[in-house]
Ligand binder design. Sequence first.
Ligand SMILES: [Zn+2]
Ligand SMILES: [Zn+2]
Length: 355
Amino acid sequence: MVSKLTSDSLPSYWPYPLTPKPGELLSSWLARNSFYSGLNPYRFCQRLLPNTPIWDRDIDRYIPIKVAEELSLLSGISCTIIESMTFGVMQKNAYSNWSEIESVTPMILSLGMHGRSRFHFGLQYCPYCLNENSYFRKCWRLAFNTHCDQHGCQLLDACPFCEEKIIPHRAEHVDLCWKCKRNLSLSNVSEIAASVIPKKQRLSVSPDGVICCDLSLGASSTAILRNFRSLIKVVVEVNHDKLVNASGSKKLQFELLRVNARKEITKILEEILAAWPESFHKYMVRNNVTQRKFSRSKYDEFMTCEIEKLPIGRKVHRVYKPVVYTEELKNLKRRSIKQYRVDRSNTLLKDCVDA
Ligand SMILES: [Zn+2]
Ligand SMILES: [Zn+2]
């Protein structure tokens, strides 16, 4: 008698582990392996690593070492390679690289995870690259990357057919949209070609958190990146209305923005950096930016010396001047704030009636 194959009779080891592709994201590799094994990614990971949360966390941003070791043991792929498919190094260096630590990892697009759903469009892709080789690249999670250098087209951060977020592990295959099930790589070529950016992006970030830029600023790459992140805040403030229109949202944190808004910011940054420091001053003067705009963040020497050349700016004094504030009321305020408010109101009311 042939026994029926049930989920419990499936082997718990990894039958045919696929090799990670160059620059592949861990989530993409796991999803590809799942589909190859004929299981959906939730089921696949549940069988391999029972009771280990995989898909309800951003595994590409950070993977606990214990999980990486287990995956390594099961797949035969080294732990170093598995960790290199995540932004773990960038995450680990966050404290030493960034002056302000925020809830998102600087320069990595936020997914806005909430169970199985996502609030942000944190995964982008190039339809041509995806068509050539069906897997998701690490560079597509970087906030600076808004276009594909190889194909010269703007990256897409949503399904071109239904505008849904890109979540490969919820689909039936890596390159299909999980919602409308259409092939993501079959985007309208002529539409994409219209947004071709001919030149190479001047700014990019390596997955280790090192900035790559064709500028000679005489500062370490980490310092450049840290300063540029603060500079982005100034650019966002100066172009607030324009960016709100481009993003359709009032939340203008760089890593939360959609590709069009980030493209605008990157364009402005490139203009500021085009011929440093002249281009920086030209932009700031044209937009009436003073030193005060930079006062909220810390900068390294190569930036500070340029910021100090800008006009100081007017200090806005916001001093509370009460309408009625006699010596008697002042003493009363110290003793009883409740009675002070009553007496103050009565005094104001009396003044109004007398007038
Ligand atoms: Zn491409
Ligand atoms: Zn779709």
